[in-house]
Ligand binder design. Structure first.
Ligand SMILES: C[S@@+](CC[C@H](N)C(=O)[O-])C[C@H]1O[C@@H](n2cnc3c(N)ncnc32)[C@H](O)[C@@H]1O
Length: 273
């Protein structure tokens, strides 16, 4: 008898991103090509009877999830190549297989942080040699356990909209107080994009309403976290759009002409601290 997954709706969003990467890996022209995500999703479906079809994933969510993961992987890869003694912190890691995709040098210490229920699931399905931190990222305490004397890259993939109020900035403030120097990279939702998420069929299927975002990419520079914007990448303009299926590719290229509209899509923000 399969035993059902016990995750709350916010935790369940990790299955959306996992399945998006799984579907991308099976596409004729994958953007991320993460076949391990497909294997993990297949095992979860077999073990728990989870119906991934209920998530109603559209091609736009599949491509945007795969593309943002690829761009955030690039940030991590570049950082660990330059700092082979680095610390990597994946905030709200879900069941992402980022460690394997980035294949960091041996001297890197990688921290995967998510709720205890998710950490337990990771133990069953993603056995990477990373440090599992079972915590609510918005709670004080856990960040102080990270090494405070090594360069660090913090990655937050698909997490910002689910952290209530100003808890994301408070979390970042605690992290940059603990970590001496490094980078923060995230997919930064605008307020409109975060608000509009609740009308997305996949988010609706999970019954999630609350969402956070910010418009001006310079806003985090005023969070008292020592952040300086290094880069804003608008993914409608990424070369990988050539691999999007039609008519999504044509639509994305149209949107790419407008910076304002492109900002409402997926953007990767990178900060130095
Ligand atoms: C959309 S999923 C993204 C998961 C992963 N980053 C990925 O790309 O597959 C959002 C993740 O954030 C986690 N999350 C949300 N709020 C959190 C919190 N307060 N503390 C820890 N994890 C949190 C959820 O449990 C979930 O795993």
């Amino acid at each position: 008898m399969p035993s059902p997954l016990r995750l709350d709706p916010v935790q369940e969003t990790l299955l959306l991103t996992l399945y998006a990467r799984a579907l991308d890996s099976k596409a004729p022209h994958p953007i991320l090509g993460d076949t391990r995500s497909a294997a993990v999703a297949d095992r979860i479906a077999a073990d728990t009877g989870y119906d991934f079809a209920k998530l109603k994933l559209k091609p736009s969510l599949v491509t945007s999830t795969a593309l943002r993961a690829r761009k955030l992987d690039d940030v991590v890869r570049r950082f660990v190549a330059a700092h082979p003694d680095a610390v990597v912190v994946d905030l709200g890691c879900g069941l992402d297989t980022r460690w394997a995709r980035c294949s960091p040098p041996e001297g890197v210490d990688w921290y995967d942080v998510d709720y205890p229920a998710v950490t337990e699931l990771r133990r069953q399905y993603v056995s990477d040699p990373t440090h599992a931190v079972a915590a609510d990222v918005t709670e004080p305490g856990w960040a102080e356990t990270l090494p405070g004397d090594r360069p660090a890259v913090i990655v937050a993939d698909g997490v910002l909209p689910f952290l209530p109020g100003d808890s994301f900035r408070a979390t970042v403030r605690r992290l940059t107080a603990q970590l001496p120097a490094g980078e923060l990279a995230l997919n930064g939702y605008t307020r409109f994009a975060a608000w509009a998420m609740k009308y997305h069929p996949s988010i609706k299927a999970l019954g999630i309403a609350a969402a956070q975002g910010f418009d001006d990419p310079h806003e985090p520079e005023h969070w008292d976290a020592g952040l300086t914007l290094a880069e804003e990448q608008l993914l409608t303009r990424a070369p990988e759009v050539a691999a999007f299926p039609q008519p999504l590719r044509a639509l994305t290229r149209l949107v790419a002409r407008s910076t304002a509209l492109s900002r409402q899509g997926t953007r990767i923000l990178r900060y130095r601290f």
